[in-house]
Ligand binder design. Structure first.
Ligand code: ZN
Length: 395
C-alpha cells in the first residue's frame, strides 16, 4: 500500500511538473508576414494552437486591424490561454495597391465623326481603387484631323499614387463629308526659314497688308537675331510650325525614332526660346515625298500616323508657288502660279519658302496679296483643328 502511495505521489508530482513546464503553442498558417493587394483582399489564414498533443485552436482569440480597402501596414494578433498559461503570435499584413486606375471613355472606344466637323472629345473618367477619382490627373495624346478622313487614335493615360499605370485608346473614324466652312481662304506657308535675308522682308510685307501666315521652321541656331525674328512673327499673329531640326533627307528619314527626335528637338527648343507650343508639322519634301524611299522603305506610311498619335497635325499644300523649283525663280512666275492655282471653292494652303536664296518670293508677295484681296480671299494662319492638306503617301 505504501508503495502504491509513493507511486501515486510521484505521478502527481511528474504531472504537476510537466503541467508547470508546458505552455500552449501557436503556429500560424501561411506567412507570418503577408503582402496582400487591395484587389485580392485579405483572407484570414488562421492558426493552430496546441497544448502538448491537444488541439486548442478553438480557444484562440484573433484581433485584427486589417483594412484591406486601404493601403497600409496592419497586425493580426492571435492569443490563447489554457490552464492559466497563455501564448501569443502576431502576423504582419501589408496591404498594397497593385491595381491600375480604370479609364472609362464616354461615347465608347470607337466613334465616328464627319469630315469638316469640329471634333470634341466626348470625355472620360478615371477612377482608382485607392485614389478615387483622378480624372483631372489623366493625360491624353493624339489628334483628330477632321479635314482628312481616316482613322485616328487618342490615348488616355493615368497613374495612381502607387505608380500603377493605365492606358486606354479611342479610335476616331473621320468619315467623308462635304461642305468645308473654309471658302475662299488662303493659308500662306513659308518653309525652311528663318533666314536673315528673306524672313524680315516677308514679315514686313505681311505686317503691311495685315496678313497672317504660317512658318515651318528649321533649327535657327542660337543667334539673337533669329530668335527675335521668330518672336516678332508670333507677336504678329503668325503660326510657327515644325519643319524639322534638320532638313537632311538622308538623316531624318532613316528611322521613325530618328525622325521623331528631329521633331522633338526643335519642338523643345521652340518652347524654351519662344514660349510657344508648336502643333503642326510639315514633312521635309511633303508627306508625298519619294526621296525617303531610298533611305527607308515605307517610312512615310508609318510617320503620318505616328506624328498624329503624338499630338501633331501635319499639313502639305494644295497650291505650289513653284519657288522651290530653283533659286530666284522669276517673280512673275511665282505670282502666276499662285493666282492660277488658288481655288475659290475651299481653302488654299500655299507652299512658299523664306530661306536666304528665295529673295524673289518676298518680291512676289505684295502682288499675290493684293490680287487675292481684290478677288475676295481672306488670309489665315494655320490653327489647331485644321484645316490641313494631306497628300497621298508614296512611301
Ligand atoms: Zn523644306
Amino acid at each position: 500500500m505504501k508503495i502504491i502511495g509513493i507511486i501515486v505521489s510521484i505521478i502527481i508530482i511528474v504531472v504537476g511538473v510537466v503541467a508547470f513546464l508546458l505552455t500552449p503553442t501557436i503556429k500560424l498558417n501561411g506567412d507570418p508576414s503577408m503582402e496582400v493587394s487591395m484587389a485580392e483582399g485579405y483572407k484570414e489564414p488562421g492558426c493552430i494552437a496546441k497544448y502538448a498533443f491537444w488541439d486548442i485552436s478553438s480557444r484562440v482569440k484573433t484581433e485584427s486591424d486589417v483594412d484591406d480597402k486601404k493601403v497600409g501596414e496592419y497586425e493580426v494578433t492571435y492569443s490563447v490561454s489554457f490552464l492559466k498559461k497563455s501564448a501569443k503570435a502576431v502576423r504582419k499584413v501589408t496591404v498594397v495597391d497593385k491595381e491600375p486606375p480604370e479609364i472609362k471613355l464616354q461615347g465608347g472606344d470607337e466613334i465616328k465623326v464627319e469630315q469638316y466637323s469640329s471634333f470634341k472629345d466626348p470625355g472620360y473618367t478615371v477612377v482608382d481603387d485607392s485614389d478615387g477619382d483622378i480624372t483631372q490627373k489623366a493625360t491624353t495624346k493624339g489628334i483628330v484631323d477632321t479635314y482628312n478622313p481616316g482613322k485616328y487614335t487618342i490615348s488616355y493615360h493615368a497613374v495612381d499614387s502607387y505608380g500603377n499605370e493605365a492606358t486606354h485608346e479611342r479610335t476616331v473614324n473621320v468619315e467623308s463629308g462635304s461642305g468645308s466652312d473654309e471658302e475662299k481662304v488662303i493659308y500662306l506657308t513659308f518653309d525652311d526659314g528663318p533666314s536673315s535675308a528673306v524672313t524680315p522682308r516677308v514679315l514686313d510685307v505681311l505686317k503691311e497688308y495685315d496678313v497672317p501666315a504660317t512658318f515651318f521652321i528649321l533649327d535657327y541656331g542660337d543667334s539673337e537675331e533669329n530668335i527675335s525674328l521668330l518672336k516678332k512673327a508670333i507677336s504678329q499673329g503668325h503660326t510657327i510650325g515644325i519643319h524639322g531640326y534638320s532638313h537632311d533627307y538622308g538623316e531624318i528619314y532613316k528611322s521613325v525614332p530618328g525622325f521623331m527626335e528631329n521633331v522633338t528637338k526643335l519642338d523643345q527648343k521652340i518652347k524654351k526660346d519662344l514660349d510657344y507650343e508648336p502643333f503642326v508639322i510639315r514633312f521635309p519634301g511633303g508627306s508625298s515625298n519619294t526621296v525617303s524611299v531610298s533611305v527607308k522603305k515605307g517610312i512615310m506610311t508609318e510617320l503620318v500616323d505616328i506624328v498624329q498619335e503624338e499630338g501633331y497635325y501635319y499639313s502639305d499644300w494644295n497650291v505650289d508657288s513653284t519657288d522651290a523649283s530653283g533659286n530666284n525663280i522669276d517673280k512673275d512666275a511665282i505670282v502666276n502660279a499662285v493666282k492660277n492655282n488658288c481655288s475659290e471653292n475651299g481653302y488654299n494652303i500655299v507652299l512658299m519658302h523664306d530661306s536666304n536664296m528665295k529673295k524673289t518670293t518676298a518680291k512676289a508677295l505684295p502682288e499675290i496679296i493684293e490680287w487675292a484681296k481684290e478677288e475676295g480671299y481672306t488670309f489665315k494662319a494655320m490653327k489647331r483643328g485644321g484645316p490641313t492638306i494631306h497628300h497621298d503617301v508614296n512611301n
